[in-house]
Design a protein around this ligand. Structure first.
Ligand code: ZN
Length: 381
């Protein structure tokens, strides 16, 4: 996706033109969605098969693009909308991919099911479902407050990662985690500002009661070690979190809140689970299937050139409209000028004729007087 010939471009354009079909409303973003089946290891997407499309308010009611896309597919296969997951194709060597112009919503004011939920539902009951969603822009907070879609899915868990580095800075500890793909993420863990060594890690953190994974971690937390270390806290609730086990080489599953620090994406650690053996790893992999880790994991990002090309297209279109307008104005202006010129010419002509008339009148009068004088003169003789 770093060149101008990204195979994603046709889908971006398709989504944009679908979005254009959506009726403009003050309470909705116009969004387009395409659902397709993609062959594994097909970098040019030549074997893609489009299954369905949708756009905002395509169907009756306040319907969203993803919702319409699924509903259209469900209608073709004669099942209710919420059963679409059961009829979506499951083919070995192929996965379902969805393109949307905007991040799927995680919350809806209308009480309708949010699109993130509709996407995750396709994976219920151990189904393959929608494997990945590429979206253009993150949902602005205009209509539902904070954009929830990404956050919900991120908080569902992040794939297991290797701790590859651990750095201590005055206010926080930074862990660098490497996922299986080689991509890394920075995890920031806040340090407690006024440490209270009497009450470290013995307490059950408020976020974890009743959750087996957390309890088992609490039991194994080495209290003696943590007492000698800096106390860390979660960034949201400031609960104590013992990260002494998170040393380089550890395999761990983490959960947190995403934030940007100096234009770098960071995860603020809320909870974590150590993946201690293969068994635990397999168990986790199984759990992971039910979470939607890959859905929405890769935001579709346009390169500068792609943005430039799309903007040029839009501007060319604007320019054509503008040119039409200018031409019409030019024609109108010319007509007015012509009329004014005519009026002026007519006025001049009129004045000229008027002057001539006066001149003739004067001549006639003078002639008349001359005749009269002559006559009078002859009469007086
Ligand atoms: Zn939605």
């Amino acid at each position: 996706m770093t060149t101008n010939t990204s195979p994603h471009i046709p889908y971006i354009k398709e989504c944009l033109s679908l979005a254009e079909k959506s009726p403009p409303r003050p309470t909705n973003f116009r969004v387009g969605a395409v659902l397709l089946s993609r062959k594994d290891d097909d970098p040019t997407f030549t074997d893609d098969r489009i299954l369905s499309t949708g756009y905002t308010m395509e169907l009756a009611g306040n319907t969203h693009a993803e919702q319409c896309c699924f509903a259209n597919y469900a209608a073709v296969h004669k099942v209710p909308d919420d059963k679409v997951g059961e009829v979506l194709p499951v083919e070995p060597g192929r996965k379902l991919v969805m393109y949307v112009t905007m991040e799927p919503c995680g919350k809806r004011l209308s009480g309708n099911a949010p699109c993130v939920q509709r996407i995750t539902q396709t994976r219920e009951g151990g189904r393959e479902g929608v494997h990945k969603v590429y979206f253009g822009v993150k949902e602005p907070g205009t209509f539902v407050g904070e954009s929830e879609g990404c956050r919900m899915l991120t908080q569902a868990g992040i794939e297991w990662e290797h701790v590859v580095a651990r750095t201590d800075v005055p206010r926080r500890t930074i862990l660098i985690l490497d996922d299986s793909s080689g991509a890394t993420i920075e995890i920031a863990v806040l340090k407690q500002t006024s440490p209270n060594p009497g009450t470290t890690s013995q307490e059950t953190p408020a976020t974890g009661p009743g959750k087996p994974a957390w309890s088992s971690f609490s039991l194994m937390a080495p209290t003696a070690t943590s007492l000698t270390q800096t106390t860390h806290v979660t960034s949201k609730d400031h609960n104590k979190i013992d990260i002494s086990a998170l040393q380089p080489g550890t395999l761990v599953r983490v959960k947190g809140t995403l934030s940007t620090f100096r234009s770098q994406m960071q995860l603020h650690l809320e909870r974590f689970w150590l993946v201690r053996d293969t068994n635990a790893e397999m168990q986790f992999l199984d759990t992971r299937l039910r979470f939607l880790i890959e859905v929405l994991s890769v935001p579709w990002v346009l390169t500068d050139e792609e943005v430039e090309t799309l903007r040029d297209d839009a501007e060319r279109c604007d320019e054509r409209t503008l040119e039409h307008k200018r031409r019409a104005e030019r024609v109108a202006r010319k007509r007015v000028e012509r009329e004014e010129r005519h009026a002026r010419a007519i006025a001049l002509q009129y004045e000229k004729e008027e002057r001539e008339r006066e001149r003739e009148l004067k001549k006639i009068r003078e002639d008349g007087e001359r005749v009269m004088r002559k006559f009078g003169f002859e009469r007086s003789k």
